[in-house]
Design a protein around this ligand. Structure first.
Ligand code: FUL
Length: 489
């Protein structure tokens, strides 16, 4: 794969040189955008697809969402704290990473930090000898899952907060502690939230990022250089979700407006655009709140709601970060587990059979005469093989002959993003016996796009790439059938 990537980079480089002379600036920007690629850590994060978020702290015991920072550590006393149970539940649901709120805005630390007294070490839990981060790290390790850590910059307890020098030092010390004592950490979550009453101060982001890179070089940083917030906490990404976006010129990794409808289309790119690979993570809670509240036991999202979130996040070129808050015992509640199990069952029933697998695939253009980049790679079940058009071809058609009529209601499309995200407009059509009819249309594809279509039976389907930044790629077209949710026992 390496040599092939090197070859593509070389071609792209010469393409840019040739085009630069004759084309306008916009074309140059588009070429630049088309050739921005994910880092290995971003790629690994994207492929893990679904992450569990664990919100747990003093708030669990005070029934709050944002603690004041004045909580007495003695209230932290889970009767049966069991990170192994969290990890088991997450693993069964198909999550590959678990991110824990090591410190939320109240400043209470779930590990015995040497830099503050406001932590588990002064709680009655395990007589002050416990360490939640350590227990989670061990549980993840045993189960083969990855761990991520959330460390809130906004700290309502620490007296140094507001003093630029002292607080930044405190925060950096804590970052070093949690990133050096617990083995591999694959994601560091920098929450941007700050209450209106918070003292004014600047965080030393550049130094925070440097510490993460030094201690955990393979970790991605949320709301840092690697992963961006999708822009809402309701569980949906945009229908047009670009992983290459324009950042605020001169900023470290700030977007002009992370909530804007359009972050990366041609319409907003301009000569000054500083472009970065900055994919979206969709964070949402399985309950209305981020922390556990007994009053929300009957408000757990249903399997159908979780499916909807799945299609609108993972199915729209985003990673899903689903929050599962443990209760006062320190365990994930049975209602949440029941909903997750059914969600997993629907996913398995739907995605276990790909009706397009090993069908006959042809394309209107293939880079090398149907050899390495031929259309058949799209349906070979291999994620590292992919179809690509000739160098100057930015619209093309791929046709699948399914052999016999197949029934499906989900169409999955995947670009080969290690070479960039390129498709800007596509149409899916089906053969009705006499001609082609439109089934779905869209703009971006990215790592994964899942289209919800009515139950459709056909023996031939085609995907038209109407517009692409440079030669488009596809690594997968999948056709799946999701049974009606109510019909699944
Ligand atoms: C927000 C926080 O204020 C919430 O409490 C929660 O942690 C959520 C994931 O991020 O910014």
């Amino acid at each position: 794969m390496k040599s092939c990537l090197g070859w593509i980079t070389l071609i792209s480089f010469f393409s840019m040189l040739t085009l630069g002379a004759q084309a306008d600036v916009t074309r140059d920007v588009i070429l630049r955008a088309a050739n921005i690629t994910p880092s290995p850590a971003q790629m690994a994060w994207q492929e893990r697809e679904m992450i569990a978020f664990i919100h747990f702290t003093v708030n669990t015991f005070t029934d709050m969402e944002w603690g004041t920072g004045e909580e007495d550590p003695s209230i932290f006393n889970p009767s049966d704290l069991d990170p192994r149970q969290w990890v088991q539940v997450c693993k069964e649901a198909g999550m590959q990473t678990v991110i824990l709120t090591a410190k939320h805005h109240d400043g209470f630390c779930l590990w015995p930090s040497q830099y503050t007294e406001h932590s588990v070490k002064n709680s009655p839990w395990k007589n002050g000898q416990g360490d939640v981060v350590k227990e989670l790290a061990e549980a993840c390790h045993e189960a083969g899952l990855k761990m991520g850590l959330y460390l809130s910059p906004w700290d309502r307890n620490n007296p140094a907060y507001g003093d630029q020098v002292r607080y930044n030092e405190y925060y950096k010390n804590q970052l070093r502690e949690i990133l050096s004592q617990y083995g591999e950490v694959v994601e560091v979550w920098f929450d941007g939230a700050k209450g209106p009453d918070a003292k004014d101060m600047e965080y030393n982001w550049a130094e925070y990022y440097a510490i993460v890179r030094e201690l955990q070089p393979n970790a991605v940083m949320f709301n840092g250089p690697d992963v961006r917030w999708v822009g809402n906490e309701s569980g949906f990404a945009r229908e047009m979700e670009w992983s290459v976006v324009a950042k605020r010129p001169g900023s470290l990794f700030e977007l002009v407006n992370p909530m804007a409808k359009d972050l990366g289309s041609r319409a907003i790119l301009n000569t000054d655009s500083e472009l970065v690979w900055y994919p979206a993570e969709t964070d949402v809670s399985i309950r209305p709140g981020w922390f556990y509240h007994a009053t929300e036991d009957d408000k757990v999202k249903t399997p159908a709601q979780l499916m909807d979130i799945y299609y609108k996040s993972i199915g729209r070129n985003s990673v899903l970060l689903l929050n599962l808050p443990p209760d006062r015992h320190g365990r994930i509640h049975e209602n949440d587990i029941a909903s997750l199990r059914q969600f997993r069952k629907i996913l398995d029933l739907t995605f276990s059979i790909d009706h397009a697998l090993h069908s006959q695939a042809t394309a209107s253009s293939c880079r090398d005469g149907n050899q390495q980049f031929g259309a058949q790679t799209i349906v070979d079940g291999e994620k590292e093989t992919y179809w690509m058009t000739d160098d100057w071809v930015s619209s093309a058609t791929v046709e699948l002959d399914l052999g016999t009529p197949k029934t499906f209601n989900r169409v999955m499309l995947q670009e080969y993003i290690p070479v960039g995200q390129r498709v800007e407009a596509f149409t899916v059509q089906v053969w009705d016996g006499q001609g082609w009819t439109d089934l779905a249309q869209g703009t971006t594809i990215g790592y994964k796009r899942i289209l919800l279509v009515p139950d459709t039976t056909t023996s031939k389907l085609r995907v038209i790439i109407n517009e692409s930044r440079v030669c488009p790629t596809l690594s997968h077209i999948g056709l799946f059938y999701q049974p009606p949710v109510d019909a699944i026992p």
